[in-house]
Design a protein around this ligand. Structure first.
Ligand code: PHB
Length: 389
């Protein structure tokens, strides 16, 4: 009898321990700009992350998932770092995620390393980010990855002989500039000048005047998501198109989030990127419909949204594979080499670099049947890895 009581007691204790462990949610700390000049990035990522949870539930392998969203304002790396530190120390998050811009990801990398917490970069695109911590995994894109195909296409298929580059003066812009100059030149094109515009509150006008004077066949642009409208407006005001100067760039300038508000000046522009709302696949049709429904038709999903959606997928699948109580190292190991079909097309995490491998599309902006402008894909470079710089 005594023995029975003891065994029963021990079993109860064990059960209580198991239950209390299971009752502790797995927390994802999502740090994104929800205010400030890059708020569209945060809004897109948050909507996509919530959509993913709505579709896949808030429990994985029996463990509840809690999403903690923190607004870092997008412009102060130290603020992002401090938020990450708090999330790790106080909230005990299992994963850090988000990172709207490169400097914010750079600043947070040491926190991921010290705390052995996987850090899922859903937005930032400077090539070297994954090298800043062995705990970083990326679901967005890299600038050399999206730019190299554009440089090749411009010289080989686009009939463009000369170009000027104009980029936002920080990490991803420098990457885009180097990748374009290298690929365009190697394919026979001539770069007449490379211009860098300040990243905060940019005024493109004086730079566009210089481009007008140089009269290249094309102007290659990289600006971070959110700045495309200003650039397009100033490009149109200076009437560069009227001078025979074609605008080309990475997809960031003709961001799907901004396109509905742009006019005819945004038609016929060639860009390269890994995602378009108009991507023709059953997975993407379902994604766009669900995203629009969830946001009451107020938003069109852009490339930032799929970074968030796929980042959540990566976290969910890693938890399924490594088990609901896996530690940071085990989750990271599960993320490496993961492959799936995203709304953007097939994608995978390179097990060596922890960076995203994906298809890059060449697109032309066109007005489709619903009267809106979309980036319509017409060429693809399959399973393209970050070529680095
Ligand atoms: C970045 O800061 O890495 C970044 C931000 C916005 C983009 C692309 C890259 O559209």
């Amino acid at each position: 009898m005594k023995k029975f009581v003891k065994v029963a007691l021990a079993a109860t204790c064990l059960m209580t321990a198991a239950v209390s462990q299971a009752a502790e949610p797995f927390k994802i700390g999502l740090i994104i700009p929800m205010t400030g000049p890059f708020a569209s990035t945060g809004k897109q990522i948050e909507a996509a992350a919530r959509l993913y949870m709505q579709q896949n539930g808030d429990e994985v392998a029996g463990r509840k998932i809690e999403l903690i969203v923190k607004d870092d304002g997008g412009v102060q790396p130290e603020a992002t770092k401090r938020i990450a530190q708090e999330l790790v120390v106080q909230d005990k998050v299992g994963v850090l995620a988000g990172f709207g811009l490169t400097p914010l990801a750079f600043a947070t990398a040491p926190i991921a390393t010290q705390s052995k917490t996987p850090m899922v970069v859903m937005a930032a695109g400077t090539s070297s980010i994954v090298q800043k911590s062995p705990y970083i995994v990326r679901t967005s894109m890299t600038l050399p990855q999206v730019t190299a195909p554009m440089g090749q296409w411009a010289a080989k298929e686009g009939g463009i002989k000369s170009a000027v580059t104009l980029i936002a003066d920080y990490g991803p812009g420098h990457d885009a500039e180097k990748a374009f100059v290298k690929n365009f030149s190697e394919a026979g094109g001539k770069v007449l000048d490379s211009l860098r515009v300040p990243m905060q509150n940019p005024d493109f006008s004086p730079f566009l005047q210089r481009v007008r004077d140089l009269k290249p066949d094309a102007l290659f642009i990289f600006v971070p998501s959110g700045q495309g409208s200003t650039l397009m407006k100033q490009f149109t005001e200076r009437n560069l198109a009227g001078q025979g100067i074609k605008l080309i760039g990475t997809g960031d300038v003709l961001d799907d989030d901004l396109l509905p508000a742009m006019g005819d000046e945004a038609l016929g522009i060639i860009t390269s990127q890994h995602y378009s709302t108009a991507h023709d696949s059953p997975e993407n049709k379902a994604y766009v419909e669900a995203f629009r429904k969830m946001t009451n038709n107020s938003m069109r999903p852009n490339f930032m949204s799929v970074g968030g959606y796929d980042g959540m997928h990566l976290i969910y699948e890693a938890l399924k594979k490594a088990g609901p109580n896996a530690n940071g190292d085990q989750l990271l190991a599960a993320m490496k080499g993961m492959k799936w079909v995203s709304p953007r097309g097939p994608m995978q995490i390179d097990p060596e670099t922890r960076d995203v491998v994906q298809d890059i599309y060449i697109r032309r902006s066109e007005r489709l049947a619903d009267g809106q402008i979309y980036n319509v894909e017409f060429d693809v470079i399959k399973e393209f890895k970050d070529p680095g710089i």
